[in-house]
Structure formats: C-alpha cells, structure tokens
Design a protein around this ligand. Structure first.
Ligand code: FPP
Length: 249
C-alpha cells in the first residue's frame, strides 16, 4: 500500500500552511551556494503544489519570503526576487493546467515593481480557477499584519464608524491580510527547527503543528502524505473534552 492510499479521503485538511526551511543548509551539504538550495526549493514547491491540488486540498499557504528576510545580504534578496519572478513566469501554465488560483498575503508594496507586477498578472490570470488556492506569503510577518490591522481598526473607532465594544474575533480576522482564507488545519515546518518565526500567529490558534527534520529541497510528496496521515490521527478538541468531541462526531 502506498502512503497516498493511507490518507482518509473525507478527512483531508482544508488548509495546509508550510514554513519551507532548510534551503541554505541543503545547498551547503552539497557544497553549493545558497541559491542552489532556493532553486531546488522551487522544484519542491512545484511537486507539493501539484500533489495538494490532486488531493483536493482547498488552500496551501507557503512562507516564501518573510518581513525579516529583507535583512539578508542584498545579493541573496535580489536573487530571490529574480527567482520568484522567473518561477511565476514559468509556472503560470502549470497553475492553469491544475486549476490552481494564486493568492498572496503580505506587504506586496515592499516588493520591487517588476516582481509585484508579475504576481498581480498571475493572480488575475488564475482568478477564475476553482481548484486549489495557492497562497504565497511574500514580505509577510504576523506582527506586521497585526500592527496594520490595529491601525485600521483604530482609525475606524476614531472616525466613529466602529464601536469599541463591537470589536470581536471577526473584526481582527477581517482586517488581516488573510481575510477570507480559512485558518490552517495543519502547519508543517521543515528542517528540524521548532519555532513559528512570525508566521500566521493569530490564524494558527487551533492548528495542528507538524515538524520534520527533512530540509525543504528534499521534502517529497510522500513526506506531505505522511504529514497528512499524522494529522488524521490527531483529535482536534478546540478546547472541548475528548468525550464531547466523540459525541459530536
Ligand atoms: C528558507 O530556507 C527559505 C526561504 C527563505 C525562501 C523560500 C523560497 C523558495 C523555496 C522559493 C520560493 C518560490 C516560490 C515560487 C514560492 P533558508 O534559506 O532559511 O535555509 P537555511 O535555514 O538552511 O539557511
């Protein structure tokens, strides 16, 4: 029996988020420059996106470039931007073929104009696709997002269009860059690091976390299946007791 056959079809996570980590270490292990790791990482993105689309996953969110990544050496930032642009140009036909809709979260205004334009073009081209939603986090961090949300909510309170006592969870969710996107069911982080690194802090309140030692360039479709199988063996209680959850299911 292959790993894929072990997946329970009616309990596929609706939203998987991934912190793709370990490109640099993978390249170093091969005696190559860091960019080779990022290039190999793109191949993994391609394979995992196709597998997620085929499984019928609703949303796949990939942490492609964090707010903090702007602090990397300029040559690496520039090369990553070029890689992103080239990848989008090359992969748009694959997205169309697989009925994948591209979305982005993050501070797109900080991206170089040509990079931003390429993403906006691909978002428009794939807007009518009805399969997997591929969400790329670009120049994204949770703290940035929460600060922006706080500013916009405060402005509404200031202007008298929002009552302070009416602020609830939905008010916050609706002002995040992820508004309209369901919270992740499963968050995967590769490379053995056990942290969240400023990613979707509000949204992962009840997300199942899965950490693997695999470096992102060597993360395979079978590894994705294994993470999903692990997720399917968990009991999601959302603060309730196990007995309550069993009674309701
Ligand atoms: C983390 O590895 C990875 C990144 C910061 C960039 C990830 C980007 C890609 C895989 C390309 C994305 C392309 C698309 C189209 C989504 P690291 O450099 O932090 O690795 P290290 O921790 O081993 O140094």
């Amino acid at each position: 029996m292959s790993k894929k056959d072990e997946i329970v079809k009616d309990r596929i996570p609706r939203h998987i988020a991934i912190i793709m980590d370990g490109n640099g270490r993978w390249a170093k292990k091969q005696g190559l420059a860091r960019m080779f790791g990022h290039k190999q990482g793109v191949t993994t993105v391609h394979n995992i996106t196709e597998a997620a689309a085929e499984l019928g996953i609703g949303y796949l969110t990939l942490y492609a470039f964090s707010t903090e990544n702007w602090n990397r050496p300029k040559e690496e930032v520039d090369a990553l931007m070029t890689l992103l642009v080239d990848t989008i140009a090359k992969e748009t036909p694959t997205l169309m073929k697989n009925n994948v809709r591209l979305l982005t979260i993050g501070d797109l205004e900080r991206l170089p104009q040509t990079t931003r334009e390429k993403f906006v073009g691909c978002i428009r081209q794939t807007a009518q696709n009805t399969g997997l939603n591929l969400v790329l986090a670009l120049s994204y961090s949770s703290r940035w997002e929460l600060i922006e949300a706080a500013k916009r909510i405060a402005a509404q309170v200031n202007a008298g269009t929002l009552d302070i006592d009416a602020i609830n969870e939905a008010t916050i969710s609706d002002h995040l860059t992820t508004h309209g996107i369901p919270d992740p069911d499963l968050l995967i982080r590769t490379s053995g690091e056990l942290r969240i690194s400023n990613f979707l802090l509000w949204q992962i309140a009840y997300t199942e976390l899965y950490f693997t030692d695999r470096l992102w360039p060597e993360f395979t479709v079978d590894d994705l299946y294994e993470a999903i199988i692990d997720y399917q063996h968990r009991e999601r209680r959302f603060g309730k007791t196990s007995e309550q959850v069993k009674r309701e299911s």
